[in-house]
Design a protein. Structure first.
Length: 499
């Protein structure tokens, strides 16, 4: 093992070890003792994209900018839990303008909506419309008008369309719908318990699902790729996300023109809610890691955090996409036995959010939030990722920030190095001093081979800080922990004697 940042002061006894750059992220798979000290064995709630450790991802109450006014949206106090939400950029032909609205579904089986094009901050109950199960929703033109279509997989619910102004209109005799997409002027859906059937509506009337040669119908798909779990429309094709692969529907017009081509075949289950169109590729989480699909090739993404994902069932993983970054709400194994945020609440489903840049491969990890829905909002001067939550924030709509705070609570931020012998297994290391820059208060923890912990409280400063350690160890790791909203840690250097 060779350390480029080890500079000998006295070539026989003293080492100066520089951890000057945190850009390399985390590696949980490689054996610890062969990793350099500046690759994290564990990190969360920090932003290390600049090479320093600064405030990471956070959330705050949703704000919308209308003209020169920024408003904070107000969820009614009667709402106990938001289960899902949707953003629709409706076009009003009468006023010849876009009138975007935000709609959410609650545990009380009600729908609420709020206008995004006015300075009104309130949500209003959508009267005469309830769903017994959490619906899916999509925006499309019906009878020449822009409408929001809601439907669910509950046999007592009906497909319902709303134009944003008048009372909702329901349509009988529709299938029990799990996921929905528009393609070839039709609605396509995966339905109920019929995991091998792809249903589609009438071409001229998307609310007509009658099975006939001239109306709607369904296609049976039976092969080793398993059940049909999600549908994504992209360019001229409809992609079907299946349990163990991807199939593609092509064709327009008559039902007889539809053709099915089977593409990717995976030996690992695909978590369907994580599959999101990200520009020209679809990103998704499988049981054995993160994958990209470009329409032909199905490729595994090599990222240091992947081993943290594969140790759990991530059936509740959810994907999102905004500004070149794929967001994955999932369950990660941090392996430290601690309970951060939502982890202290029984029954949480997700405990982390990963922000992954699809171009550079850089990523950030947020720990302690149980996210149940992720969607972008893009209107006028507003472009942001919005989430709703389970557990402690279940009655909130939050927008993603890089403040290191979760609704005004400063998050606990941790960066931990691998446990290493520095390439000298037969030598005892005497850790003399640690020098670094830290603008905020932090705690430094040194852990030795005997699992002994030594904590050092450090007050923030604009000047370099020198911390006397005077510790002996054959193996050691170092952690930087911050619960300060002025967090900025850089250029740490260890002075070590070899004995």
């Amino acid at each position: 093992m060779f350390y480029r940042d080890i500079l000998p002061i006295n070539e026989h006894t003293v080492l100066q070890v520089k951890l000057s750059n945190f850009l390399n992220g985390v590696d949980t798979k490689t054996e610890q003792n062969i990793l350099p000290l500046n690759i994290a064995r564990q990190t969360y709630n920090y932003d290390f994209s600049s090479g320093a450790l600064t405030n990471g991802l956070g959330f705050k109450d949703l704000t919308i900018t209308v003209g020169d006014v920024t408003k904070t949206m107000s969820v009614p106090s009667t709402v106990s839990e938001i289960k899902n939400f949707w953003f629709f950029n409706n076009y009003n032909k009468t006023y010849e303008e876009f009138q975007p609205v935000l709609v959410f579904y609650t545990s009380e089986k009600k729908l609420y909506w709020a206008p995004m094009y006015t300075t009104d901050t309130n949500f209003y109950e959508l009267l005469n419309l309830t769903f017994n199960s959490e619906p899916v929703a999509i925006n499309m033109y019906i009878d020449g008008r822009n409408r929001i279509v809601f439907c669910s997989n509950n046999e007592n619910d009906q497909l319902t369309a709303w134009d944003g102004q008048n009372f909702p209109v329901s349509y009988p005799d529709t299938p029990k719908i799990n996921t929905l997409a528009t393609h070839a002027n039709r609605l396509f859906a995966t339905v109920g318990n019929m995991k091998n059937e792809l249903w589609f509506s009438d071409e001229t009337n998307p609310c007509n699902w009658n099975v006939s040669e001239f109306d709607g119908g369904y296609i049976e798909i039976n092969d080793e790729r398993g059940g049909l779990n999600n549908v994504i429309s992209y360019k001229n094709y409809l992609y079907i996300i299946r349990e163990f692969g991807i199939s593609r529907v092509s064709g327009y017009g008559e039902q007889t023109d539809f053709t099915i081509k089977h593409l990717a075949l995976s030996n690992s289950r695909i978590y369907e809610k994580s599959a999101i169109l990200c520009g020209d590729i679809i990103l998704m989480l499988c049981r054995d890691g993160l994958y990209s699909f470009d329409g032909i090739n199905f490729s595994k993404i090599d990222a240091g955090f992947v081993d943290m994902i594969t140790k759990f069932d991530n059936s509740n993983a959810i994907g999102g996409f905004l500004d070149g970054k794929y967001y994955l709400a999932c369950k990660l194994d941090f392996g430290d036995g601690q309970q951060i945020g939502c982890e202290a609440t029984q029954g949480y489903q997700n405990n982390a959010l990963v922000e992954f840049d699809i171009n550079s491969g850089e990523y950030l990890i947020m720990r302690g939030v149980d996210i149940c829905a992720l969607r972008p909002i893009q209107i006028d001067k507003t472009s942001k990722l919005v989430a709703c939550f389970k557990t402690q924030y279940q009655n909130k709509l939050g927008e993603l920030t890089h403040s290191g705070k979760i609704f005004d609570t400063v998050s606990k931020k941790v960066w931990t190095s691998p446990k290493t012998d520095m390439g000298y297994p037969d030598k005892t290391k005497v850790l003399r001093n640690l020098c670094l820059l830290s603008k905020g208060d932090i705690t430094v923890i040194i852990k030795t081979e005997e699992e002994k912990e030594y904590k050092f409280s450090v007050m923030g400063s604009n000047k370099p800080i020198k911390i006397p350690l005077s510790l002996r160890a054959k193996l050691f790791s170092i952690s930087f922990i911050s619960e300060d909203d002025t967090c900025n840690i850089s250029n740490p250097q260890l002075e070590i004697n070899l004995v």
